[in-house]
Write a protein that binds this ligand. Structure first.
Ligand SMILES: [Zn+2]
Length: 272
């Protein structure tokens, strides 16, 4: 079974600490290193040194998805170590370019078309500017094989679109351990947030996320290691909470729509 440590990395913006995972079996691997900030590298290096290694020894970086809090610091580790970085093809553009002009344009167009006041779009610019500080685009990336071999175990890669188009989780059959990234989080709703797909269209995040939950139902989990917060094991309870939350939200939306003659998505969101 794989020998790993979870390192919570505090983040300088409004998200809870992100869980970086170091897998000490060969080749030495870091899963979701965290954002580009000094403490990311200091904490990872300290954890590695406690086992006689350091950041220069990292051979492989696995990314569950390419949101800034998970992947932003990967390029710096590559510079130090020459590690190979793996992503899913559907998250590759963000890994290569970071959040960019196209993402900003697609998001603004979407928000304006749903009634968001034009003056609010400056917050999108601020969001993208701030994100850019904590990430460095990756020049070279590899795509995932079906399985990732280690000296003492194997991780199976599963594409789990929803939180992002190219999100993946990793499953170790021998220990029934799932490294879930932001696909499963025990105390935070892993928002299927706004994303554009490779063609620059809005990605249907919630629908894909629901399909992903169905796919994960076939697994047997003993331990789920999430992208934020503590480890847990009750997948069935979590899935039931997600589903009932969405049903309640959908019922409220239906109710509000039936009460109004005409309402934009923005006005509706403000009433929820
Ligand atoms: Zn996250």
């Amino acid at each position: 079974m794989l020998d790993f440590d979870v390192i919570p990395i505090p983040v300088d913006f409004a998200v809870p600490p992100v869980n970086a995972v170091i897998i000490f079996d060969e080749p030495l691997t870091v899963l979701d290193p965290g954002p580009r900030q000094e403490k990311t590298f200091a904490l990872l290096d300290e954890a590695l040194k406690s086992r006689g290694k350091n950041l220069k020894n990292v051979k492989r970086i696995l990314l569950t998805h390419t949101h800034v809090d998970h992947f932003g610091g990967a390029a710096e580790i590559v510079r130090l170590s020459g590690a190979e970085v793996f992503v899913h093809p559907d998250d590759a553009a963000k890994a290569r370019l970071g959040r960019n002009e196209k993402s900003s344009r697609v998001m603004k167009k979407f928000l304006l078309s749903h009634g968001v006041p034009g003056s609010y779009t400056r917050y999108i610019d601020l969001f993208f500017e701030k994100s850019a500080r904590y990430q460095e685009p990756l020049e070279k990336i590899s795509f995932y094989p079906a399985e990732i071999p280690f000296s003492n175990g194997t991780l199976r890669v599963h594409h789990t679109p929803g939180h992002t188009p190219g999100g993946v989780v990793f499953y170790e059959e021998a220990s029934k351990t799932l490294f879930s990234g932001d696909t499963l989080l025990e105390h935070i709703t892993p928002n299927p947030v706004f994303e554009e797909n490779e063609a620059g269209e809005r990605f249907p995040a919630l629908m894909r996320f629901r399909e992903t939950l169905g796919k994960l139902s076939a697994f047997d989990f003993k331990l789920i290691v999430p992208g934020h917060g503590g480890c847990f094991s009750d997948f069935a309870g979590l899935k039931a909470r997600y589903l009932s939350g969405w049903v309640k939200r959908a019922q409220k939306i239906l109710c509000l729509i039936s009460e109004q003659k005409e309402i934009t998505a923005y006005e509706l969101a403000r009433l929820l």
